[in-house]
Design a protein around this ligand. Structure first.
Ligand SMILES: Nc1nc2c(c(=O)[nH]1)N[C@@H](CN(C=O)c1ccc(C(=O)N[C@@H](CCC(=O)O)C(=O)O)cc1)CN2
Length: 291
């Protein structure tokens, strides 16, 4: 058989304490069940002694399990033996993503354009915002918009509504597309780490608010953007993707903000695509990204 058979694809990702035979056991499991490997990537982190793997595969014969539940229960036995932390996802199903935004629409606009043209393997479940600014853009795409204002004495209630909308719609990922509110540890725990942010600087420089103003004051020659998982510590979560642009002494703060918008949108779109394709695995405070 030369070319992969048409049909559903599945994505196995796992991490484990590294040892001999993990790859052989995994590919043997697939071979014994007529699993046709479409893409396979692995990485051994010698520092942590952890092993990481992503395999995309498709059914290619009668021995392949009848459904995803059976595939998972079959693999559970192998995973138990090898001590894997694993998931098998339906590679044909778009990831359900809820997007949060404040006033800046450039990252939201870019994500919705890519989604609407089929360039991003996601389903947008809703857009939530603490301002009304992006309602028209969202509803133009025929998507639900939820205005959830925040005040110092209503943060817990507001976050409970964010979490409620997230779970009610079966969302799998919350994307902070320039959402300018610090999430509390409680909400992050309720999201179980399924939250990605775009920060408008080349982290770890210029964490927090107004990074372009602070960068301008120091006369930097490179500005950037960083997409990272959200943790309780502001702008300190595991980094997924970064990019930079060169500027010079002539660049005003407004120039930096204008140049940065494109970089932010592109970095966030790549991070969301990789998350939706199950290409990102956590490695302590870092990530492994099988691009
Ligand atoms: N727990 C976390 N929450 C959020 C993170 C994060 O890393 N951990 N990233 C931010 C986004 N962000 C920068 O990328 C950011 C957002 C907000 C602020 C800030 O100082 N906000 C002020 C209010 C500002 C306003 O109302 O406009 C505040 O919350 O008091 C700094 C950086 C998203 N959330």
């Amino acid at each position: 058989m030369t070319s992969p058979p048409p049909g559903p694809s599945y994505i196995l990702t796992f991490t484990a304490e590294d040892r001999v035979g993990i790859v052989a056991a995994t590919t043997g499991f697939l071979a014994d069940r007529d699993g046709f490997i479409l893409d396979s990537q692995q990485y051994a982190d010698v520092e942590s002694g952890r092993f990481f793997m992503r395999v995309a595969f498709t059914p290619a014969g009668r021995r392949f399990p009848a459904d995803l539940a059976t595939l998972r229960s079959d693999f559970a036995a192998v995973a138990e033996q090898l001590g894997l932390e694993w998931t098998i996802a339906d590679g044909s199903a778009p990831m359900k993503v809820m997007i949060a935004v404040s006033k800046g629409s450039h990252c939201l606009n870019d994500l919705l354009h890519r989604w609407s043209t089929g360039a991003l393997p996601i389903d947008v479940t809703a857009v939530v915002s603490n301002h009304e600014t992006c309602r028209a853009l969202t509803e133009w795409h025929g998507l639900p918009f939820h205005h959830l204002p925040v005040a110092a004495d209503s943060r817990a209630e507001q976050e409970a509504r964010v979490a409620g909308l997230f779970h009610e719609a079966g969302s799998e990922l919350l994307v902070l597309a320039r959402y300018m509110q610090v999430l509390t540890p409680d909400l992050i725990a309720r999201l179980a780490g399924r939250c990605i942010n775009i920060h408008h600087s080349f982290l770890p420089s210029f964490k927090g608010a107004n990074p372009y103003h602070r960068a301008h004051a120091l006369g930097v020659k490179l500005i950037g953007a960083t997409s990272h998982y959200v943790t309780p510590d502001l702008d300190e979560g595991p980094i997924i993707e970064q990019a930079v642009e060169r500027i010079d002494h002539r660049a005003s703060v407004d120039d930096m903000i204008r140049i940065g918008r494109d970089t932010e949108a592109q970095v966030l779109a790549r991070a969301v695509a990789w998350a939706a394709e199950r290409r990102i695995l956590l490695n302590g405070r870092k990530t492994v990204v099988f691009r």
